[in-house]
Design a protein around this ligand. Structure first.
Ligand code: ZN
Length: 323
């Protein structure tokens, strides 16, 4: 039975394109592997300017290491809360906690919280300059660190650990996760009289395999905007697996979209019952599909339907400096 093998990417909203690049490459030490624009007709959502879409990852854009942002000054501030994917967690080596606490403490734009433990692992919780919740969690990973960023390779991020979701009704989200191949492996009380429930994908990749459901009695409702996650994408090996999973979701009463060609992967989308946006994305063709590995992220890459409008598109985009 086909199922997902973990997280493919997480997509979030940001405010300023340059601050976004500076944070994810300069502070977290990820590689900007793709600069492009929003593929959905951007003028439908934001009249006028085209929106950037930035992808940050390991050195090659390995699925399960990719956090993407839609940054634009016209986006309002979002509210992190119930009905959303909230914190995105990256894996760091066991011996890197002190390095990262010192490093993050040195940047004024980072809001750093006291180090905690969850499911027996050390968790560094912080927010970026937009209030986007992020975590670094110790553990194993098969993702190679990006060695040419500002973070020494021995401490560099190793792809995703997982994502936290705050559902109104955790049972309904759990049913969707189980449909996609996840199993509950552990639960833990939170200090706020709530619960953590950890799900892990069966036979998944050795990174990005966890989803934590977080509930507490007084969670406030989230609202979309910069500083919040737009969707979580789960990975499948190919189009056939995606279609099999699409059928299973339909059979269970969900309403996944038809397949969309996102140039670097093929995607279907659906909203799970608690309102969180999920995507199922194929590993191929990947981020090396239109740029060689040495040049990833250096040039603005346009989808086929915008390629003959490059000048027009570039005029509407803010000037940026890439690393
Ligand atoms: Zn996506």
């Amino acid at each position: 039975m086909s199922h997902v093998s973990g997280i493919h990417h997480v997509t979030a909203y940001a405010h300023d394109p340059q601050e976004n690049i500076d944070f994810y490459t300069g502070v977290l030490g990820l590689r900007l592997v793709k600069q492009t624009v929003l593929f959905n007709n951007p003028s439908k959502v934001f009249r006028g300017p085209t929106m950037y879409h930035f992808y940050y990852a390991d050195g090659t854009g390995t699925p399960g290491s990719v956090i993407t942002f839609k940054p634009h000054h016209s986006i309002q501030k979002g509210e992190v809360g119930r009905g959303q994917a909230t914190a995105t967690a990256f894996t760091i080596p066991d011996g890197s906690v002190d390095y990262w606490v010192d490093r993050l403490d040195g940047f004024d734009e980072v809001s750093l919280y006291p180090v905690t433990e969850r499911f027996g692992r050390t968790v560094i919780q912080f927010q970026d300059h937009d209030g986007q919740p992020l975590e670094l969690i110790t553990g194993e990973s098969d993702v190679e660190p990006w060695e040419e960023g500002p973070v020494p390779a021995e401490h560099a991020l190793r792809g995703f650990h997982g994502v936290t979701i705050q559902p109104h009704n955790p049972r309904l989200t759990a049913e969707v996760l189980e449909l996609m191949g996840y199993q509950r492996i552990d639960t833990e009380p939170t200090p706020q009289d709530g619960d953590w429930m950890r799900y892990r994908v069966e036979d998944g990749a050795n990174h990005g395999e966890y989803i934590d459901l977080y509930t507490e009695p007084n969670m406030h409702e989230g609202s979309w905007g910069y500083g919040t996650v737009h969707h979580v994408a789960f990975r499948v090996a190919d189009d056939d697996q995606q279609m099999a999973l699409r059928q299973r979701l339909r059979d269970a009463g969900h309403r996944p979209t038809s397949m969309k060609d996102r140039n670097y992967f093929h995607s279907i989308y659906f909203r799970e019952p608690n309102g969180v946006n999920f995507e199922i994305a194929t590993d191929p063709p990947g981020f090396l599909h239109d740029e060689p590995v040495e040049e990833l992220g250096e040039t603005l890459m346009l989808p086929p339907f915008l390629r003959d409008r490059r000048e027009e598109v570039e005029e509407t985009l803010a000037d940026i400096t890439t690393p």
